[in-house]
Design a protein around this ligand. Structure first.
Ligand code: FES
Ligand SMILES: [Fe+2]
Length: 374
């Protein structure tokens, strides 16, 4: 698609009752994907993990985002800081996974960086003319902690701070989950062999990342497609809230005690929900859809937050049948259909009073078209 076509209006308008859904070309075209890479993933706030995991100076985590890798680290002054995970000598990757270091040493030629990112030592540079170490500091990445819990980073040095833009989101989470502030990330439960096998079969989703997000953000498809899910959730009281930067889907459940089920999404792709109860919350938080090209999608690692002393236990997960497998099949069918010469675009289905509503999906699509200027 050329630039001319990219300027074509997406047809996604502000009023969900009147809006078209994103056209097929927005999911297929490699130029749109390139634009998303630069205008969405390199410019918005992306979830990295739990702030409480980085307690002491030198504690770090690494986060992968498309072709980028980022280090988030506690500095000597106690502040969190972010760096591109790349050595300024010849570009080798610096750190893996997570851990604690006294300094960052590159595995390739052993340049050593201080915790503030400054280049401390570069071996055998006495004869390198005009070598100025201060010109080779690690490149910084913006970092912010949301609600004293979730670490976010943004690859855009000029990005607007996240916190002031989502105060209503944080207030909503605290209102719905009174114990939210006490939750801590619990160590990941080792996956069983069956879970490993299933995960390997599940990813990648052979669909555009927005197809996967769209599907997550509406339950209009739940009655026909998710019989197991509807044995747990009550559908008729399902409500949707769509804002500029976030959305929420909330319904009752049929679990003993009748807790609520709420899914929050912070655009573009941070998702979390409480799979426990109000008294014993089990928050599952993740980057839901990370693209690997226009037609392949992975999810980021899932973090589980519980009250101190609780574990990540399988039995706390509600039984939703094979909702994941069903969604994968739906998304992969849609991706094929988007390429059909017989499909152009559909309509957003909007019902403010019931579950048959694509209002949260519409909020996401509006976020996308605004970010891309289409
Ligand atoms: S690439 Fe890191 S020291 Fe050479
Ligand atoms: Fe679904």
């Amino acid at each position: 698609m050329d630039t001319e076509a990219l300027r074509t209006s997406s047809g996604v308008t502000d009023d969900p009752a009147r809006s078209g859904s994103l056209p097929a070309w927005a999911y297929l075209d490699p130029d749109v994907y390139e634009r998303e890479r630069h205008e969405i993933f390199y410019k918005t706030w992306i979830y990295a993990g739990w702030a409480g995991e980085l307690r002491a100076p030198g504690d770090y985590m690494t986060v992968e985002l498309l072709d980028q890798s980022v280090i988030v680290m506690r500095g000597r002054d106690g502040a969190l800081q972010g760096f591109h995970n790349v050595c300024q000598h010849r570009g080798h990757r610096l750190l893996e996974d997570r851990g604690r270091v006294a300094a960052i040493t590159c595995p390739y030629h052993a340049w050593v960086y201080d915790l503030d990112g400054g280049l401390k030592r570069a071996r055998a540079t006495e004869h390198t003319v005009d070598f100025d170490r201060s010109c080779f500091s690690l490149k910084p990445v913006r970092v912010e902690v949301l609600a004293d819990k979730f670490v976010f980073f943004n690859l855009d040095a000029d990005a607007e701070p996240l916190g002031p833009r989502v105060e209503d989101f944080v207030a909503d989470v605290r209102r719905e989950l009174p114990l939210f502030d006490r939750l801590v990330k619990v160590p990941p439960r080792p996956r069983t062999e069956a879970e490993e096998r299933r995960r390997a079969e599940y990813f990648p989703i052979r669909a555009n990342w927005k197809v996967y997000m769209d599907n997550f953000l509406e339950c209009y498809h739940c009655p026909p497609a998710h019989p197991g899910f509807l044995r747990d959730l009550t559908f008729d009281d399902l409500t949707y809230t769509g804002h500029d930067l976030w959305a929420k889907q909330k319904s009752g459940t049929r679990r003993p005690g009748g807790d609520k089920q709420i899914f929050w999404t912070l655009f573009p792709t941070f998702v979390f929900w409480n799979a426990g109860t109000l008294e014993k919350p089990a928050i599952h938080a993740m980057n839901f859809a990370i693209p690997d090209g226009p037609a392949r999608t992975y999810a980021g690692p899932m973090d589980v937050y519980r009250l101190p002393g609780e574990e990540d236990r399988e039995e706390w997960r509600p039984d939703w049948g094979d909702v994941g497998g069903e969604d994968k099949a739906l998304c992969e069918s849609v991706q094929k259909g988007l390429a059909s010469l017989g499909y152009d675009r559909g309509r957003v289905i909007y019902d403010p009073d019931g579950g048959n509503n694509e209002g949260a999906m519409h909020a996401f699509q509006r976020f996308v078209v605004r970010a891309l200027g289409i």
